[in-house]
Design a protein around this ligand. Structure first.
Ligand SMILES: Cc1ncc(COP(=O)(O)O)c(C=O)c1O
Length: 383
C-alpha cells in the first residue's frame, strides 16, 4: 500500500532540487557567514544572494527581509516588537488566527500591555471588514493582525483592501502569510502592509527557516538580542543551508505559480465534487470557491460512529490528513477555528490539503476508502 499524503498545510515534502541546492552548504561551504576570511565570504555571499532573490519576488528591498526560524518567530517578532516599540495600546485580530498570533496577542493582553478586540467573522471564516472599520474608528492607531489565508478553512482575506482600511485609521498592519507565500503572488509595493512572514516548509522548502518582511522605517528593535547578524535585528549564527533552501524553494514556487495553482485548484474542486456526489451528507467548512486557498479542503462528514475514528481509520489505510473536532470536552481541546465558526460538534471534520505532488489517483483512492468507511457504517447515529 503506497501511502497518500494529504496534509500539505501542515508541511510539504522537500523538493529534491531544494535538497540539492542545500547540500554544498551542509558540506563544503561550512564557514560562519560572520567570518571575514574566505570561508565566511562564500557563505555570506550565499545568504545575501538568497535575501536579494526573496526581496525581488516580493517587490521589497533586501534590507526589509530578515531570516527567522520560521512563521512562529516572525509572528512573535512583528507583534511583540511593534506593540512595545511603537507604544501601541490596542490590537485587533480575528478568532481564527494561528496560535502563533493569537497566543502572542493574548499574552500581551494578559500582561496588561494592550487591550484586544476580536473582529467578527462569518460562518466561512470571512472577516467582516465593516466591523473592522468600526473597531478602527473607535481605536485609531491600532495594531492589526489578520492572516492572509486560514490554514484550516482555506478562507482568504482581501489583503490590499484590508491594508488600505488599516492605514486609513493610522494602524500598523501585520498579516500572517505562512499559507500563501509561495502559493500566491504578493507584492509589497501594491499592498500597504507593514509585516509579512514566511515558513519555507509550506512550499517544499526545509523546516526551521523562514523570514519576516518589515517595511522600512517601521522602527522596531530586535526580537532576539545577540550578535550583529541580520543587521542587528536577529542575533545568532544564520541557518545557512536553510536560507539557501528557502530561496531555492521560493524560486521554484514562483516560477511555476500559475501552473501549480491551476493544477492544485483542479484537485480541490475534483475532490469536493466527488465527495458531494459519492458520500451523502458531506458538507464543507470554510471557502471552497475560486477565491479560496487552493491547497486546503475542509470536509464536514455527517455524524456517525465511523466518523469518530475517521483520522485514525484513514491513517490505518495509509492516508495522512488532519483535522480537529469542534468540541472541547475531556482531553480533546478541539479546534479553536472550527469552534469560532460554529461548526457542528456532532459531525467529523477533516482537513485534506494538497500539493504539486498530489495526484488525481490519490484523491480517487481516498474517496474509495472514505466510501468504505461511511457506507460500511451501520451505526444508529447513521440511521
Ligand atoms: C497560518 C500559519 N501561521 C504560522 C504557522 C507557524 O509556522 P512554523 O511552524 O513554521 O513556525 C503555521 C504553521 O502551521 C501556519 O499555518
Amino acid at each position: 500500500m503506497t501511502p497518500i499524503y494529504l496534509d500539505n498545510a501542515a508541511t510539504t515534502q522537500t523538493d529534491p532540487e531544494v535538497v540539492q541546492a542545500m547540500l554544498p552548504y551542509l558540506g563544503t561551504h561550512f564557514g560562519n557567514p560572520s567570518s571575514i576570511h574566505s570561508y565566511g565570504r562564500v557563505t555570506r555571499t550565499a545568504i545575501e544572494q538568497a535575501r536579494k532573490q526573496i526581496a525581488s519576488f516580493l517587490g521589497a528591498s533586501p534590507s526589509e527581509i530578515f531570516f527567522t526560524s520560521g512563521g512562529t518567530e516572525a509572528n512573535n517578532m512583528a507583534i511583540v516588537r511593534s506593540i512595545r516599540d511603537l507604544k501601541i495600546k490596542h490590537a485587533i485580530s480575528s478568532p481564527i488566527e494561528h496560535h502563533a498570533v493569537s497566543h502572542t496577542l493574548e499574552a500581551l493582553r494578559d500582561e496588561g500591555e494592550i487591550s484586544l478586540s476580536w473582529v467578527n467573522i462569518d460562518a466561512a471564516g470571512t472577516v467582516d471588514l465593516k466591523h473592522l472599520e468600526s473597531l478602527l474608528q473607535e481605536n485609531p492607531g491600532s495594531f492589526v493582525s489578520l492572516m492572509h489565508a486560514n490554514n484550516e478553512l482555506g478562507t482568504m482575506l482581501p489583503l490590499r483592501e484590508t491594508a488600505e482600511l488599516v492605514k486609513k485609521y493610522q494602524g500598523v498592519f501585520h498579516s500572517d502569510t505562512v499559507q500563501t507565500m509561495g502559493h500566491f503572488p504578493i507584492n509589497v509595493q501594491e499592498i500597504q502592509v507593514d509585516f509579512l512572514n514566511c515558513a519555507a516548509h509550506k512550499f517544499h522548502g526545509p523546516k526551521g527557516i523562514g523570514f519576516i518582511y518589515i517595511r522600512s522605517g517601521t522602527g522596531i528593535h530586535p526580537f532576539i538580542y545577540g550578535g550583529a547578524q541580520e543587521r542587528n535585528m536577529r542575533g545568532g549564527t544564520e541557518n545557512l543551508p536553510g536560507i539557501v533552501g528557502l530561496a531555492k524553494a521560493l524560486e521554484i514556487a514562483n516560477s511555476h505559480l500559475d501552473e501549480h495553482s491551476q493544477y492544485i485548484r483542479g484537485l480541490k474542486n475534483y475532490m469536493a465534487e466527488k465527495l458531494r456526489t459519492e458520500i451523502s451528507g458531506v458538507e464543507f467548512n470554510g471557502d471552497i470557491s475560486e477565491n479560496s486557498l487552493y491547497t486546503v479542503l475542509n470536509v464536514s462528514f455527517p455524524p456517525s460512529q465511523a466518523g469518530e475514528m475517521l483520522l485514525f481509520s484513514l491513517d490505518i489505510q495509509g492516508i495522512a490528513a488532519s483535522g480537529g473536532s469542534a468540541c472541547s470536552s475531556g482531553s480533546d481541546v478541539g479546534s479553536h477555528v472550527l469552534k469560532a465558526i460554529g461548526a457542528d460538534a456532532s459531525r467529523s471534520h477533516v482537513r485534506f490539503s494538497f500539493s504539486k505532488y498530489t495526484t488525481p489517483e490519490e484523491i480517487d483512492r481516498t474517496i474509495e476508502v472514505l466510501k468504505g468507511i461511511f457506507i460500511a457504517d451501520k451505526s444508529p447515529m447513521n440511521a
